[in-house]
Design a protein around this ligand. Structure first.
Ligand SMILES: NC(=O)C1=CN([C@@H]2O[C@H](COP(=O)(O)OP(=O)(O)OC[C@H]3O[C@@H](n4cnc5c(N)ncnc54)[C@H](O)[C@@H]3O)[C@@H](O)[C@H]2O)C=CC1
Ligand SMILES: O=C(CO)COP(=O)(O)O
Length: 333
């Protein structure tokens, strides 16, 4: 393709998506760490985040954020949610006016409770905004395993071009015009993955895991629909698909947080040992505030939030769940 792409964020997912896009179009990956940039350009690796996976030789990295976006026809954001606005503000003056901006990020801004596409609208009003999301664990995709994803945007013409840009070989990209639903599917499943990790870390069985995933998807769907997403989106790749991948994969950072919480460790201690982001832990307070604002009950997310805050232990929560009498299946609780 003739489109030039600038991708911001040299972590696991940014580097993986940049490697996929490099098959279709010229791309520059901006990373703030000069060693990462040198390693990508000279050794075609990003060993800190992706081990010994080989990156395409066509993938070029840069520490110069202005150079990365100034002539880009598409800008892709792979910056964790709490630093997303900061980086957008930095590039704002260099991005051309009509350029589409695509978020890869699965979190909410803590202070404002905004989704990342809302943050983009806030900082760069008037740009077409989209999100790429789905069951996409970075290392598996780098290993060449088949995966499916969803690109969501309101403008169907640009959406079709973006689908061509991101899809390749075994990476299948579907389109969806439900930006709110797709984005919230990716954000909200992270908290349920922490809950599943808390169960797995205490030796929960397969039936227990299935119950948590199913009840978790129900509460995620309730909030997502209340906020304007479409119910069917939550039964698709961005909802159920990502829920299954994140809640069951040993590669998931959010599930890992849950497993560590189950050992009685505090979130502070767990975060100190992690160099990668676990968005569910960061976004939990914003999610609880939104649940309250929209009058939606989210019992599993609320319990995760209480454990993250140190209000109770993972073991205490598990016992508490068993004490609650179940009601009708399609009601909260
Ligand atoms: N890793 C995965 O499998 C997937 C991750 N995601 C989402 O993608 C987003 C990014 O995640 P990962 O790349 O996995 O995280 P990561 O923890 O592997 O890397 C984050 C990167 O962002 C950079 N960064 C953080 N703050 C920055 C700032 N202020 N300026 C410049 N760079 C900054 C870090 O240096 C690091 O390179 C998250 O929202 C995550 O939920 C989505 C799908 C799959
Ligand atoms: O979103 C992801 C997979 O789709 C990655 O999940 P984790 O951030 O929990 O690793």
């Amino acid at each position: 393709m003739n489109l030039k792409v600038g991708l911001l964020g040299g972590g696991s997912w940014g580097t993986t998506v940049a490697s996929l896009v490099a098959r279709n179009a010229p791309i520059t990956l901006w990373a703030r760490n000069a060693d990462t940039v040198t390693e990508i350009n000279q050794q075609h690796r990003n060993s800190k985040y992706l081990g010994d996976a080989t990156l395409p030789e066509r993938l070029r990295a840069s520490t110069d954020i202005q150079e990365t976006v100034a002539d880009a026809d598409v800008v892709v954001m792979a910056i964790p949610s709490q630093n997303f606005r900061l980086v957008l503000e930095e590039v704002k003056q260099h991005v051309r006016p009509w350029v589409p901006i695509v978020s890869l990020t699965k979190g909410l801004e803590l202070d404002t409770r905004m989704r990342m596409t809302e943050v983009i609208n806030d900082v760069l009003p008037g740009h077409p905004v989209g999100v790429l999301t789905g069951p996409n664990l970075a290392r598996e995709i780098m290993a060449g395993q088949a995966a499916a994803s969803v690109i969501a945007m309101a403008d169907k013409v640009i959406l079709a071009e973006l689908q061509k840009l991101f899809k390749s070989g075994l990476f299948r990209v579907y389109t969806n015009d439900d930006v709110v639903g797709c984005e919230l599917g990716g954000v909200l499943k992270n908290i349920i993955a922490i809950a599943v990790g808390m169960g797995d870390g205490q030796g929960a069985g397969d039936n227990t895991r299935a119950a948590l995933i199913t009840r978790g998807l129900a509460e995620v769907t309730r909030l997502g629909v209340a906020m304007g997403g479409r119910p069917e989106t939550f039964a698709g790749l961005a909802g159920m698909g990502d829920m299954i991948a994140t809640c069951t994969s040993p590669q998931s950072r959010n599930r890992h947080v849950g497993i560590e919480l189950a050992q009685g460790r505090t979130m502070e201690a767990i975060a100190a040992d992690m160099f990668m982001v676990a968005e569910g832990a960061k976004s939990a307070p914003a999610v609880m505030a939104l649940a309250e604002e929209f009058g939606v009950e989210m019992p599993i997310a609320r319990d995760v939030y209480r454990v993250l805050n140190g209000e109770c232990t993972a073991r205490g929560i598990y016992k508490g769940l068993l004490r609650v009498d179940p009601g009708a299946e399609h009601e909260p609780g």
